[in-house]
Design a protein around this ligand. Structure first.
Ligand code: ATP
Length: 445
């Protein structure tokens, strides 16, 4: 059964126990809302990113890949509007020193006025009036800390794509419509981060910007909405936990013509983890204006010149990882004993199989080692000879490993092993020399 109570607490604890996610700099007390991916977490997130990359770049002829640097010319962020507009209104409580976004729904009344009440300590009239706070991290380039060398850590990967749009177009000989995909780190000095890896100050984005002829943009938005939902369902995420939220006029960014959030029903409510936006020609027009470089496209067939419209799909790799983990988290009972199991899609599972000698004697460890060495040439496999077989199964259930392979007394006689399915608990007897084929057939999808 999917778990329902305290799922986030349980997931955070499992993530640490099994090595998915650790708090950054934990031995120093941690760094606020920054997280590190452990041995299993790095595999899970990498599998998600690889699947995204394959679906965007390798499976399609009309999308090219890019890996732009995190540091960019500071003018990029003036052109994009981030220097002047990437701000959140910030409110402090003078009493308890807590900090909020002014639009925090828990605040009763208007911050700055005597009637407004702090949602944490309950004091009245202690909330400051909102101050605008820029979310971009600043740093200095060069040895002297002077304003001239001020640069920003990028708050989104998209701008790296826009400023390279002509380079990619010309070098790849693509024609419009075409897209550029990129996976990379982004940084936002969020005022109210939280919910584990949902909102962090350093995160990874998987963004694809699709350049189209003006007038065809709405059609392409619809196309990408369909594609992205298919992809997410293909990750094994339950369809009933996914929905689109179309931005209302008030929610739309000033440059956007239409926008949808893809939301998942997290234990803390329906929340966005991907955005699909019609960004019009805003970004390219602004870069043309600020750089003085022509960014028009010439349609050779019609001899028309235009600045392309952009339809963007912008997903958080960390938030998608959280979606996948929350959706996979199940609790059930096996032979009267409670177990926690991550029912991860086999393609996403960090480990595909684990190999267990039933006991550490009678030739079983030697055979198990041989099988393990063979399998790991093809699949990320784990070897475990510690503790009872039940406990070893439980550990792999929590890691989301689809198959447990046990080498027992019969194995040393006839070369067959048992393969236990994580979800159905069904055990198959399989010849050891057929294991690679068996896994290939059963890990598909
Ligand atoms: P939110 O409203 O939650 O702050 P946003 O609308 O600002 O998000 P976008 O700028 O559209 O988000 O970014 C696209 C995606 O990047 C988001 O859907 C999310 O998955 C991811 N993302 C944005 N900010 C963060 C963050 N602070 N931590 C983790 N992921 C993030």
């Amino acid at each position: 059964m999917p778990a329902t109570d305290n799922v986030m607490d349980k997931l955070v604890s499992l993530a640490k126990r099994r090595g998915f996610v650790f708090q950054s700099s934990e031995i120093y007390g941690g760094l606020g809302s920054v997280w590190d991916y452990g041995p299993l977490g790095v595999e899970l997130k990498k599998n998600i990113k690889e699947r995204w990359w394959r679906s965007m770049v390798h499976d399609r002829e009309d999308i090219e890949g890019l890996d732009a640097a995190i540091l960019m010319h500071p003018k990029v962020w003036e052109a994009s509007g981030h220097v002047s507009g990437f701000t959140d209104p910030l409110v402090d409580c003078k009493q308890c020193k807590n900090r909020f976004r002014a639009d925090d729904p828990r605040i009763k009344g208007t911050p700055g006025e005597p009637t407004a009440q702090c949602p944490v300590c309950g004091s009245k009239g202690t909330l400051t009036a909102p101050r605008m706070f820029n979310l971009m991290f600043k740093t200095f380039m060069g040895p002297v800390e002077e304003a001239a060398a001020l640069v920003y850590l990028r708050p989104e990967t998209a701008q790296g794509i826009y400023v390279n749009y002509l380079n990619v177009l010309q070098s790849s000989r693509q024609k419009i419509p075409f897209g550029i995909a990129q996976i990379g780190k982004a940084f936002r000095n969020e005022i109210t981060p939280g919910n584990f890896i949902f909102r962090t100050r350093e995160f990874e984005q998987m963004e694809m910007q699709f350049f189209v002829k003006p007038g065809t943009d709405s059609e392409w938005l619809e196309f990408w909405r369909g594609e992205r939902m298919k992809w997410l369902v293909g990750l094994g995420v339950r369809a009933e936990k996914l929905r689109f939220h179309q931005h209302t006029k008030d929610e739309l960014a000033h440059y956007a013509k239409d926008a949808y959030d893809v939301q998942y029903e997290f234990p803390f409510g329906w929340q966005e983890f991907e955005g699909i936006h019609n960004r019009t020609n805003f970004d390219l027009s602004r870069h043309q204006e600020f750089s003085g470089k022509k960014l028009e496209y010439l349609d050779v067939a019609t001899n028309e010149r235009f600045i392309p419209y952009v339809v963007e799909t912008s997903a958080g790799a960390d938030r998608t990882t959280l979606v996948v983990m929350v959706d996979a988290y199940h609790e059930d009972e096996v032979e009267g004993e409670k177990r926690v199991v991550l029912r991860l899609h086999p393609a996403l599972a960090p480990l595909k199989a684990a190999v267990f000698p039933l006991v550490n004697k009678d030739g079983m460890p030697e055979l198990a080692r041989r099988i393990f060495d063979d399998l790991r040439k093809y699949y990320n496999t784990f070897y475990d000879d510690g503790g009872s077989i039940g406990r070893r199964y439980r550990r792999q259930d929590e890691a989301g490993t689809p198959f447990g392979i046990t080498i027992d007394g019969q194995s040393t006689q006839d070369g067959s092993v048992t393969v236990r399915d994580r979800d159905t608990l069904k055990q198959d007897r399989v010849a050891a020399d057929r294991l690679v084929t068996y896994l290939a057939e059963n890990l598909k999808g």
